[in-house]
Design a protein around this ligand. Structure first.
Ligand SMILES: [Zn+2]
Length: 76
């Protein structure tokens, strides 16, 4: 089902707002390990705060939520 897109930030329109606090300070979580050729770009993105590393195996319940809110530190 289509949803309204943000016209002001066309490159960010796939990033949702945090359902917990409503912040847009949300980044994708990378789960697992990248291919060797993808490692450096990924680390660069982590340095820029554009993505966070989730680890290899998901959270305590084995879930791998795709989004992380830097404002309230929730994952969903
Ligand atoms: Zn939040």
């Amino acid at each position: 089902m289509p949803r309204a897109r943000r016209k002001t930030r066309p490159t960010k329109d796939t990033t949702p707002s945090c359902p917990t606090c409503g912040s847009e300070n949300v980044v994708p979580i990378f789960w697992g390990y990248p291919a060797p050729q993808s490692m450096q770009p990924l680390l660069d993105a982590v340095q820029r705060g554009e993505v966070v590393l989730g680890g290899c195996c998901g959270d305590a319940k084995g879930n791998r939520p795709p989004w992380y809110c830097k404002a309230c530190k929730s994952r969903w």
